[in-house]
Design a protein around this ligand. Structure first.
Ligand code: GLU
Length: 870
């Protein structure tokens, strides 16, 4: 814009130059060619393609740059030569959000400039305090790449977010864009109850009026602003622009900009005409764009100051600027549309003062009314025994909430009664508990965040990350990460386990003691005269020694076996020794007996792994966890070195050690025999260890302590109700009973640890060793006996005549000596070692008779009987 001074007025001459805005080189050339014409001010748009170039020229040349379009919310300092004609609406939006007390909004925008406003919103609500408490404020910012075709985005927003009311702040570039946007809202069917749009336009009256009809009966709320007053505008425009139609806000603001510039120049030419030099009646400003350095407007700052000091009433109301060229002191009319109430002015907002004379706002009331009787959506995930599908009843499938059963389902029934809510159960779409990926939550938590569900009912672990996103009740069950391994095979007592009560060393010493005692007793018996005993009163007969070596062994063995031997020592020394041995055997046998039962029934259970340290130290047993759950988050975010090390090992493992569910992990532990350990929460660990085939067990202590809670969106109206219900159920023992019901009464493996402690009876395998000994003894005795018979028969065969002769001769005298015993070994001995005379004892107590044996010279034995016998 150039200007001509005519002392009374200033005439503006617009210069227009068309250029390709996408070509920045051309744009620069165009700007330079304009500058050569010495413009007094530049007019442009805040479109990002051109803004920064024009702005940098205006700054370098110190030429005021009027922006009649939507403000950029620029934060540039005093070097800025921009004069924003369009007031900011973001402060008004903030005040309206506060008025409605919204805690979550969608921010739909189409230009980079909107990001400035979004940032202001974040700043305004980042530390929001309500009733003395910090209140979280959530903004879902969604960029619309093409406003002419945004139905898909709208549809997604409609379907994915299940809120009572979705509050959508719309920030588009031009009034035409708002028209396009609102007509697509109608196409998608989002012009109904449950939506509140806050339009960032400053010309809501300039929007296509025909559209409003489609919003009047859907129950939707729409709030927007109007900067230019319609009546005022109409009159002024006819005067100034000689047009008969309502101008757009850009036109009105351009008119105001020209008016501001004119006012400033008139003031300069009156008060400070030296600031501008004239050449043939035109201002000559000495600017040169192509010189190096470029020549700027000599008194640019002064001129800018005059402009910023202009205060006047324009088409856009009161015009005044702050020191960085933004509008101040302006007023926005607030318009509102709601069910059966057409779009109408409901109050206004004044810059620096806030909302005034507001007479709406239905949104607040309806919002509080709505939730009370609504059926809540409860999202859940299958995980036995918390939530599982009920088996079909005689082929009849279950429907609705009846499809599910389990600990959580029973609990929710009670919670629903206590909190007085009705609900519908649904399974989570992606079968995940919830983890944050690329900044957004999936699973149960994600569904709460998007409003798809009102409550998450599951074995959902309370973690600090999740607590930041949603609200948890107090824990309804405590748990912690624990280790599941396959039960080691039990070591059955061996055949010779009766030897176990004493160590081999002790057995060796007992045997040694046995021989030592026997030997010493034998010696005592041999040498102690008090041990000798007369066998015969006959003076010729030598005294007999009872403690022969064999006898002493028999004596010691009898004492050891706690049996009474038939011989006892008579000498003091022998008795002392025997007493010591008896005492020794008494204590030994008592100790042995005391331990024996325990050793025979004890089945050793040696587990290879007892803690995470054991897991880390070895490499044969792989270990894994459920992916994308709290356990994964625990290892991923842990700073404890051992857990970090475990996480790295798990991440690097090929094939993967991660599983999708605890059930899959449990099956893997069973099937991958002793090569896979599973880390899972103790509640599930205990449950699966109670399931057939009862092959798994929990080892070691829990790695951490945490709990499961019901979750709901932040600021849900149910928070305190559900919390109180859960606490009540816990305190009254209802949850404890449920745990008994779903874990232990349905258990399939006996005791909680899966062992059969009750059965202590000794079975054959426990005692088979002693049977082996017994059978061995029997067999040995029979062998000895048979060999003796055979031996005896052989001797008999060698001396048939003699023996027969003796026998027959003895038998001939049966009447006198009815049962004379004749044993051949004795005879042999007699022949070799002793005089050939032995005493034969008669069983009837008669006098013994001598039988004489003679050696013939051939080594054969000849038996001659005593004459008495013959
Ligand atoms: N309860 C866990 C969660 O809420 C899932 C199981 C696990 O991670 O071990 O994510």
């Amino acid at each position: 814009m150039t200007a001509t001074n005519n002392t009374k007025f200033v005439k503006m001459n617009p210069i227009r130059n068309k250029t390709d805005l996408r070509d920045s080189f051309r744009l620069r050339q165009t700007i330079c060619s304009l500058i050569e014409k010495q413009p007094i001010a530049l007019f442009g748009t805040s479109r990002s393609e051109t803004f920064s170039i024009i702005e940098s020229y205006s700054r370098a040349l110190r030429v005021p740059f009027f922006l009649p379009t939507l403000t950029r919310e620029t934060t540039a300092g005093n070097n800025n030569f921009i004069i924003s004609m369009c007031p900011s609406f973001i402060e008004a939006v903030i005040d309206i959000i506060n008025y409605f007390n919204w805690d979550r909004i969608f921010y739909l925008f189409d230009t980079d400039d909107a990001l400035w406003r979004l940032q202001k919103l974040y700043q305004a609500f980042s530390n929001r305090i309500v009733d003395g408490r910090k209140q979280q404020f959530l903004i879902d910012a969604i960029r619309i790449p093409d406003v002419s075709n945004c139905r898909e985005i709208l549809r997604k927003l409609d379907r994915n977010y299940n809120f009572n009311t979705k509050r959508i702040v719309v920030d588009l570039y031009s009034i035409k864009d708002y028209d396009k946007f609102m007509s697509q809202i109608i196409d998608v069917g989002m012009n109904r109850d449950g939506y509140h749009y806050l339009l960032g336009t400053l010309d809501i009256n300039g929007m296509n009026r025909d559209l409003w009809k489609s919003f009047t009966y859907g129950g939707v709320n729409i709030t927007g602003f109007q900067l230019v007053k319609a009546t005022h505008r109409h009159r002024t425009l006819i005067d100034l622009l000689e047009v008969d139609q309502q101008p757009s806000i850009e036109v009105a603001l351009t008119v105001d900009a020209v008016a501001v510039l004119t006012t400033a120049l008139v003031k300069i030419s009156k008060d400070d005409s030296d600031l501008l030099s004239f050449r043939r009646g035109d201002f000559y400003l000495h600017m040169e764009c192509s010189s190096d350095p470029i020549k700027s407007l000599p008194h640019g700052h002064k001129i800018l100051e005059y402009i910023l000091n202009v205060t006047k009433e324009g088409l856009s109301g009161k015009i005044a600027f702050d020191e960085i060229g933004n509008r101040k002191g302006y007023t926005l009319s607030i318009f509102h549309l709601s069910y059966r109430a057409p779009i109408q002015k409901v109050g206004y907002w004044e810059h620096g003062k806030g909302l005034k004379d507001i007479v709406l706002m239905s949104d607040r009331e309806t919002e509080e009314e709505k939730p009370r009787n609504r059926t809540r959506i409860v999202t859940t995930i299958k995980n036995e025994p918390f939530v599982q599908l009920k088996k079909t009843d005689n082929g009849k499938p279950w429907i609705g909430n009846e499809r599910f059963e389990g600990y959580c389902i029973d609990m929710m029934k009670k919670v629903g009664e206590l909190a007085n809510i009705t609900y519908t159960l649904k399974l989570v779409n992606d079968s995940e508990y919830g983890s944050k990926e690329n900044g957004s939550w999936n699973g149960l938590i994600g569904e709460l965040m998007t409003g798809e569900a009102d409550i998450a009912l599951a074995s959902l672990t309370i973690t600090h990350q999740r607590e930041e996103a949603v609200y948890f009740t107090k824990p309804y069950m405590n748990t912690g990460i624990s280790i599941m391994i396959k039960k080691p095979e039990r070591e059955k007592p061996g055949v010779f386990s009766f030897m176990d009560p004493l160590s081999l060393q002790v057995w060796g010493l007992i045997i040694g003691g046995f021989f030592a005692v026997s030997f010493i007793l034998y010696m005592v018996g041999r040498f102690s005269p008090y041990e000798w005993q007369d066998e015969d009163t006959d003076a010729d007969t030598a005294p007999s020694d009872t403690f022969s070596f064999i006898n002493t062994l028999w004596f010691s063995l009898g004492a050891l076996m706690q049996q009474g031997p038939d011989i006892f020592p008579r000498s003091l020394s022998g008795r002392v020794l025997a007493s010591a041995w008896w005492f020794f055997t008494l204590i030994t046998i008592s100790s042995y007996t005391a331990n024996l039962a325990a050793f025979l029934t004890f089945e050793k259970l040696t587990t290879p792994i007892n803690s995470v340290d054991d897991l880390v130290k070895q490499s044969n047993l792989k270990y894994g966890i459920q992916k994308s759950g709290a356990t994964y988050q625990f290892f991923e975010s842990s700073r404890v070195p051992i857990y970090r090390q475990m996480f790295t090992v798990m991440e690097d493992a090929i094939p993967s050690v991660y599983v999708d569910s605890p059930e899959e992990g449990w099956k893997r532990v069973i099937n991958e025999r002793h090569t896979y350990a599973f880390l899972l929460e103790s509640s599930s660990n205990n449950f699966y260890n109670q399931r057939k085939p009862c092959k798994t067990m929990k080892v070691g202590r829990n790695l951490d302590q945490k709990g499961y809670g019901l979750a709901m969106p932040k600021y849900s109206d149910l928070t305190s109700k559900l919390n109180i219900a859960v606490l009540e159920l816990r305190e009254k023992g209802f949850l404890h009973k449920l745990e008994e019901k779903w874990w232990y009464s349905k258990g399939e493996c006996g005791n909680a640890d899966g062992s059969d402690k009750g059965k202590n009876a000794l079975n054959l395998s426990n005692v088979s060793g002693i049977f082996h000994i017994l059978i061995g003894g029997l067999v040995l005795a029979m062998i000895i006996s048979l060999s003796q018979i055979a031996f005896h028969a052989k001797i008999k065969a060698n001396y048939p005549k003699d023996v027969l002769a003796v026998n027959s001769r003895l038998s001939n005298h049966n009447h006198d000596y009815p049962s004379v015993r004749y044993t051949h070994p004795m005879a042999k001995r007699v022949i070799i070692d002793t005089p050939p005379v032995i005493t034969c004892t008669t069983s009837n107590g008669g006098e013994p008779h001598l039988i004489e044996f003679e050696d013939d010279n051939h080594g054969d034995k000849i038996i001659s009987l005593d004459d008495d016998i013959t």
